[in-house]
Design a binder for this molecule. Sequence first.
Ligand code: PEP
Ligand code: MG
Length: 317
Amino acid sequence: ERGRLSRLRHTPAVTLDGQKVELLANIELPDDAEAALRAGAVGVGLFRSEFLFMGRQGNMPDEEEQYLAYRRAVEGMQGLPVTVRTLDVGADKPLDEGHRDEAHLNPALGLRAIRWSLAEPEMFRTQLRAILRAAAHGRVNMLIPMIAHATEIRQTLSLIDFARAELDNRGIAYGEVPVGAMIEIPAAALSLRTFLKYFDFLSIGTNDLIQYTLAIDRADESVAHLYDPCHPAVLRLVADTISECRRQGKPVSVCGEMAGDTQFTRLLLGLGLRSFSMHPAQILAVKQEVLRADAGRLEAWAREVVDSEDPSVALGA
Ligand code: PEP
Ligand code: MG
């Protein structure tokens, strides 16, 4: 199977009815760009930058170290786009064991991701400058994790402007960087109008979206059986986000585990998704599903699945 799939590496991901689909890679470190290219990814849809920060006993990478790491990923992708997500630490992603959050009752609901970055603006601006500088060497998008409030959006965008002004003042080169938001908190999926007003693109993080929609800790084994991507509420949030973005002509992708799970490829295509980001090892299997799918014909069926009482049965999953 692997050998047969590997022949699809250079085959464009196009459905039977001629719909072009973008298959992107999720990476953790700059050197993963090589695996992404080998798998036939047409870009990096999610570079989880927190891996540069983790396990260093609180010693943060400075601007130069971060710039070189982002640049390395960008150059590694040889002209293909790289979406760098700003730091997403806290809860299931502690900076290191010393930072594991035992002081708070609900760390997943606490100071994590963009909330942490906005609480540490110096650190955040250092990362923003490094990302902007890497964009002088190729196509870079910036992705903001765990954002829900209009105030957070405006604060984030003004810090990005400030970081650009700092580089201008220092006479340092940087590039154009479209800015997007992760849709991974139900509140964000339910206030798309605000998100679409401010952001250039959206990326749906189904891992956290499932956790927060269903109130199921994604790391808690004792409730793992209730962690259900097929819950109608989850599917409705995903479906509405995709259709609203398409209506407004804004790029949207899914970068959570659902995007790399072949059980969901046809459903997501039917809901109108044309951009999937996943672990490089999953790309060829998803491509095979794309090549076999008739996206137009899947539309009505996908709506029925989302509206059914038990979508996992309707899906045949
Ligand atoms: C997600 O939440 O779906 C996601 C892609 O981000 P992470 O798994 O890193 O939280
Ligand atoms: Mg997430």
